[in-house]
Design a protein around this ligand. Structure first.
Ligand code: SF4
Length: 363
């Protein structure tokens, strides 16, 4: 199989948050640091994936307007759900495959009663652990507890720097203020806060987004800009997608805000392009393994199939195996028309990858 990935492009920007983050791992989590070195020495291995997003449980304290998980949730209530045992199986396999980063998401992880057991089962000594949160429950005692458990980074979802706008998207009065306080609590105890924010073609130029940019710079916070995707509650909505001009504008912002990144920004000095399958996977609460949270095509079920076989199947899909400089789900117009459109209006997602894509023959 021809490999069209573009490896090892050296970043010319100042120390980005990814590199800053990595530099402390050598002492703090030597096993993780070692796995990163092994990855850098063998960039093109299709047997390797670096990061896994795990939506362990869909339970959440909010009902956000743009939640992308609603259509993924099993409506029949018959599918198996993650247990600590299946989580251990998945994480043991991920560790053996060289995965070095686990991002815990939901739902709202801080809303789950068994979060401590979940973190211990993942194993903070063998992975960096990030938690994606709406911040409402992230008070100082919670931040201290998570830091002591070995969590590395708290990713706070902020939709707008305008408090009223953010609270309206979240259908949760006071949630913006809670997020701001959560950042303060994390900084006070030395747990890294990071901002996740979603932009549309319009909101990219809004006061709300500009406020988040300035705030992140003032507080020296990493910020991940996620672009609008026509999936979940935005399923089929292509009018809010960013344009090529918008993408260039975000790229330009990076000069002014070096800690700003997109999902396609080089990590560890490696330009992976779209990370789906080549760098990361996403696992739903029902164990379905998707190329990324926004590509609602399942490659297999991690509760019953070894993760390495699922990854190998992902590499048989040319669109995921090959390097793409654009976000497939939200930016690549051809991909959206040809493949994402198959999910529009479908109530029972994810679709099986083999029902939508051609798979390369087994070698
Ligand atoms: S499709 Fe977009 S969101 Fe998904 S991995 Fe690729 S760049 Fe990231």
């Amino acid at each position: 199989m021809q490999d069209n990935r573009v490896p090892n492009k050296i970043s010319t920007t100042p120390l980005t948050h990814g590199e800053r983050y990595r530099s402390v791992l050598k002492d703090k989590k030597p096993r993780v640091y070692q796995k990163i070195q092994e990855y850098l020495a063998d960039l093109n291995s299709p047997q390797r994936v670096c990061s896994i997003d795990i939506a362990y449980d869909w339970s959440c304290n909010m009902q956000c307007t743009h939640c992308f998980t609603t259509l993924l949730q099993d409506k029949t209530r018959r599918a198996s759900k993650f247990t600590l045992e299946s989580l251990k199986k998945v994480c043991d396999e991920a560790d053996a495959m060289g995965v070095f980063a686990i991002s815990l998401q939901g739902g709202e992880p801080l809303f789950w009663g068994d979060l401590e057991d979940i973190i211990r089962t993942i194993g903070p000594d063998r992975f960096t652990i990030s938690i994606v949160t709406n911040g409402v429950f992230l008070d100082k005692p919670m931040a201290e507890k998570l830091k002591a458990l070995g969590v590395d980074r708290m990713c706070l979802s902020i939709d707008s720097g305008n408090a009223r706008e953010h609270d309206r998207f979240r259908n949760y009065p006071g949630s913006f203020q809670k997020c701001m306080e959560a950042v303060d609590h994390c900084l006070a105890i030395g747990l890294t806060p990071h901002i996740h924010t979603v932009v549309t073609h319009t909101s990219l130029y809004s006061d709300g987004f500009n406020y988040i940019l300035k705030y992140s710079k003032e507080r020296n916070l990493g910020i991940t800009v996620l672009i609008a995707i026509p999936a979940g509650e935005w399923c089929g909505n292509t009018s809010d997608l960013i344009t090529e001009e918008d993408a260039k504008y975000i790229q330009k912002l990076h000069e002014q805000y070096p800690l700003l990144r997109r999902d396609i920004t080089a990590v560890n000095n490696v330009d992976t392009g779209c990370r789906a399958v080549s760098y990361a996977l996403y696992i739903t609460a029902e164990g379905e393994v998707l190329p990324c949270p926004f590509l609602h095509f399942t490659l297999g079920n991690a509760f019953v199939t070894p993760l390495k076989d699922i990854l190998a199947k992902g590499h048989r899909v040319k669109e995921f195996h090959d390097y793409s400089p654009k976000c497939l789900a939200g930016e690549d117009k051809d991909f959206i028309k040809k493949y994402m459109s198959k999910t529009f209006g479908v109530k029972d997602l994810p679709l099986k990858v083999e029902d939508v894509f051609s798979l390369d023959p087994l070698e």
